[in-house]
Design a protein around this ligand. Structure first.
Ligand SMILES: [Zn+2]
Length: 182
């Protein structure tokens, strides 16, 4: 197990677009393992490399008992959206808010061996692919909310006990995210 500290909202790494992976080497396999271990420990439904301070386009997911990872993802989204679905984020511990997302997503990319992968997801899986790919662009779920919802969310974020604590060593309760955080 190689559990890493999860970076919290306020850490600039979460706002920095990640670089495409070019080397499919041992180091990349270690990164996928670290992301997987950290995500499962949290627990969360998804985790992107910038959330553990690594600026590479890699994420892991664990949705509907399907565990996997995707590298250099590209998304094709359905027109129809779920406007009301609740979404959380491991970088915003304990909080979740209605966040509009496409209901279906086809994610293409590579696995850790550099082989092409196509993943199809609906509902929570589709939401996860969108949330994690956003992380790789420095985009956070609060950016996907309408103005009114974002204002409500920012108020709760400012009042959260971890607010302003972007120190990587901060530890939070694994129960706070209700298993929905991404
Ligand atoms: Zn997140």
């Amino acid at each position: 197990m190689a559990i890493q500290s999860i970076r919290l909202f306020g850490d600039p790494v979460l706002r920095t677009p990640a670089e495409p992976v070019k080397d499919f080497d041992k180091e990349l396999r270690k990164l996928v393992k670290d992301l997987t271990d950290t995500m499962m420990d949290a627990p969360g439904a998804g985790l992107a490399a910038p959330q553990i301070g690594v600026g590479l386009r890699v994420f892991t997911y664990y949705v509907d008992e399907q565990l996997g990872h995707l590298i250099n993802p590209d998304l094709d989204l359905s027109e129809d959206k779920d406007e009301e679905g609740e979404e959380g984020c491991l970088s915003f511990p304990g909080l979740s808010f209605p966040t509009p997302r496409a209901i279906r997503a086809v994610a293409t990319g590579l696995n850790m061996h550099g082989e092409p992968v196509t993943l199809e997801g609906t509902d929570l899986m589709a939401r996860c692919f969108q949330h994690e790919t956003d992380h790789l662009d420095g985009v956070l779920f609060i950016d996907r909310m309408d103005l009114k919802q974002r204002k409500l969310a920012m108020k709760e974020i400012r009042e959260a006990e971890w607010s302003g604590l972007s120190a990587p060593a901060f530890k939070f309760s694994p129960h706070a995210t209700h298993g929905k955080a991404l």
